[in-house]
Design a protein around this ligand. Structure first.
Ligand code: PMP
Length: 279
């Protein structure tokens, strides 16, 4: 039976409960993180913890976790209790429970829920995925990892229904990012291009790691927005996220990328991120 961590207690699934007046439930007033782990070892934990702290600060939600050591201890225990050796840790913190009112009191304690998810089967995606595009309908603070994901889930669902892996969202003709991942191309000159870190995208942990690897391998990386026209003439494309790490993108709308073969730079980055994770 799965075990969940809810506000200080380890609870079996049936007794893991949050109030109907939770502000996350009523208003999407909360933040989250998804951390992957392999053989009980957390991947890029520090980066996830730092982003979680930033998200909380941006929304002025007080942290229920006094420090990262406490969080690590809770997670380690949860992994043992769930007997899932490799998977993902989902952490959700909402502003707390109160009678429904847009205005909130600073006094209410936040709600913290943590649970484990098993590894996703992604083998078939490693040969390359197809992406569609649509207008980015999200709010102006996409850098905050908010649990408010309506535009993301709607566009991800359309992608799924139409046989695509992902939707790349466009703002003023520029591709910002996917609904669950960051977007990259390798341009005609062999430079990697991706939307700059800003309020228009989530600063992906995997994005950061891929940029670090590219720099180390002397592959030029330009954090500058690209358009669909740039995609048309690009050599390679790929996407990154905690769930999949890096996936080659072999088709964007009706445009075939690199004759639908995995590009050389994508191969180098894939090899090196796997090396980093597997130690
Ligand atoms: N952008 C969005 C909108 C996402 O939901 C995610 C997945 N959390 C990412 C990018 C990738 O971020 P990360 O590499 O930290 O998982």
């Amino acid at each position: 039976m799965e075990t969940y961590y809810v506000n200080g207690f380890f609870k079996r699934r049936n007794s893991a409960k949050i109030s109907v007046e939770d502000r996350g439930f009523n208003f999407s007033d909360g933040v989250y993180e998804l951390i992957s782990y392999l053989d009980e070892k957390l991947i890029f934990f520090e980066k996830h913890y730092s982003r979680l702290s930033k998200s909380l600060l941006s929304l002025k939600i007080s942290s229920p976790l006094s420090n990262k050591k406490i969080l690590k201890l809770i997670i380690k225990r949860l992994i043992k209790l769930n007997k899932i050796k490799s998977g993902y840790i989902y952490i959700q913190i909402t502003r707390g429970t109160a009678k429904r009112n847009h205005v909130y009191s600073q006094q209410i304690p936040p709600n913290l829920v943590i649970f484990c998810l098993p590894l996703r089967k992604i083998e078939k995606f490693k040969r390359g995925v197809k992406v569609r595009t649509s207008e980015d309908l999200r709010w102006g603070r996409c850098d905050v990892k908010s649990i408010s994901l309506l535009p993301n889930i709607l566009e991800k669902q359309i992608a799924f229904n139409q046989g695509y892996y992902e939707t790349w969202q466009t703002k003023d003709n520029y591709i910002t990012e996917g609904t669950t991942s960051n977007a990259f191309i390798v341009d005609r000159n062999g430079s990697i291009r991706t939307y700059p870190k800003s309020k228009h995208i989530l600063g992906g942990v995997t994005r950061d790691v891929i940029i670090q690897i590219a720099k180390k391998k002397s592959i030029k990386i330009i954090e500058k927005a690209f358009t669909l026209n740039d995609v048309k003439y690009c050599k390679e494309a790929f996407l990154t996220s905690t769930t999949v790490k890096i996936l080659p993108v072999i088709k964007v709308n009706d445009m075939k990328i690199n004759t639908m073969k995995i590009g050389e730079i994508t191969k180098i980055l894939t090899y090196n991120i796997n090396k980093k994770i597997n130690g």
